[in-house]
Design a protein around this ligand. Sequence first.
Ligand SMILES: Cc1cc2nc3c(=O)[nH]c(=O)nc-3n(C[C@H](O)[C@H](O)[C@H](O)COP(=O)(O)OP(=O)(O)OC[C@H]3O[C@@H](n4cnc5c(N)ncnc54)[C@H](O)[C@@H]3O)c2cc1C
Length: 542
Amino acid sequence: MNKIAHYLQGHIAGEVTSNPDARRYFAHDASILEIVPTAIVYPRNENDVRKSIRFAWQLAGRGRKLPITPRGMGSGTSGSAIGSGIVLVFPAHMNKVVSLDTKKRTMSAQPGANFGALLQMLQTHGLFLPPYPASKDYATIGGAVANNAIGEKSVKYGAMADFVQSLRVVLSNGELIETGPLSQKELSHKMGLQTLEGEIYRLIDALLEENAHLLPVGRERLKARFSSIGYNIFDVKKNGQFDLTPLFTGSLGTLGVITEVTFRVAPHHPRTTQMLVSLEELEDLGDILPSLLDLKPSMADMLSRAAVQQILELNPNQLSDLSMPHEAFMHLFIEFDDSKEADRKKKVKHLQKIVDGLGAWSEVYEDLQSQERLRKLSGSVAILLQPQGPAVATPIAEDISVPVDKLADFLKKIQLVYREVGLPPALWGQAGIGVVRMWPALDLGQTGDRQKLFKIQGSLYAAAVRHGGSISASAGDGRVRAPYSPMVYGPEVHALMLSVKKIFDPRGILNPGVKTASTEEIKVLMRSSYSLSNFYDYLPRS
Ligand SMILES: Cc1cc2nc3c(=O)[nH]c(=O)nc-3n(C[C@H](O)[C@H](O)[C@H](O)COP(=O)(O)OP(=O)(O)OC[C@H]3O[C@@H](n4cnc5c(N)ncnc54)[C@H](O)[C@@H]3O)c2cc1C
């Protein structure tokens, strides 16, 4: 055990390790980067988190930087769940449901609670947490909040940020705070505190006042519905209230470490009607989407022809009992979850007319088994596209978002860029919110493939931003996309966002490099080969 691990083990209740195998394992998340940590801490309670962070704060005061990286299951793809100092791994012990109020429809949970398990529990009460990511079976609730996750239901229900009500957070000096909407009087009280919390309220309030003219500039630039870039400075002051919660949501562990999340949940309607629609032409997409969105679908996902071709080659069984025309340009997975069957029927009938008008193929699915199969297919494309060999499906442009009315144009650009680099444009995502997901097959050990990676990123990020979109809808800038982040809101608004970081983390210990890395730093950190290794290794359990 190294000195740091030894010291921490003597002061906290959870386990600490600096075992070389464990450090090698936690050097990776689901991104293309690699950073070996100094020690791994499995906090048993909030006090363990506070002591670990306080230790790093004091070291930084003496000139020694020991970064703190909070981590759920490491399924994030932006390189933000890895770091060179202490990695705080939450799923081991801090994984409990704290409370569930079925009348008020609210739940509180520790950050390491498994998203999929929470959903199962909620569904037994006729409830659910709608923005579940496709990775829900291994992702944690803390990771999903820190990423501001979205998923197949986001078209109707929104992102995690729309559900998080309040957070318990350990600040960079080890202080524990609770967030939530504050009245003017409550804000004044907070601003009077002689603590880091008080300082944060004073400085953030002043920063937003002095730069109020920049907020509309940022809002105006981004027209896509979802973006996880920078910090959400736009919703801190809203409806006469002041709330730090939007800043922490999507902050990727760079402003504080979340130790408890309280969120709203929604009524779950298990009876749904699904429809699979196969469009022959790119133009059909632009024609169908506005009318489809008017019908308020609970899912409007897509799968491209090239993705279907690749699934047919790699995992043909997944498509064997679906009779859709494989050669169609785009397949849409549509769902209506209205509680009344008559409403669902009306919507399907309406949509069917539009589909027939386009001469498109479609099929309606009412039985639960077929529906589950369709949902599994659309939610596991990244895994189904995994080829055999040194080139593997790699998350480098995995959730670009554009305004829905620009989606067809953006898909044209993707086809061009992929043709230039000689790869098939296998893509999927949430058509209804303009989110496009791509994991091209690349061998990171080959210089040529690394060049393709930067070409795809650079060209598509620039095109998305030109369309009023974002370079990431949910995975976030992290490290991988940080060099491109200023493009999204423009340099002035981006600089304002980075001032927020300095206020929360004056000694720079919370996940440094995340949201701020340069292209040169990324190149040095890149793995020589990519894989989605076992997410459950090296985890004590309780
Ligand atoms: C195959 C695949 C499919 C995916 N599909 C989706 C999808 O549909 N939608 C989507 O949004 N994402 C998706 N993701 C990305 C990722 O799985 C999700 O964002 C997920 O919510 C991350 O959870 P995690 O527990 O693995 O977090 P981690 O990867 O461990 O961490 C993610 C970030 O959260 C921070 N963090 C973790 N815990 C805390 C805490 N307690 N306090 C503060 N910060 C914390 C970390 O520092 C890191 O910055 C996918 C990933 C894969 C590999």
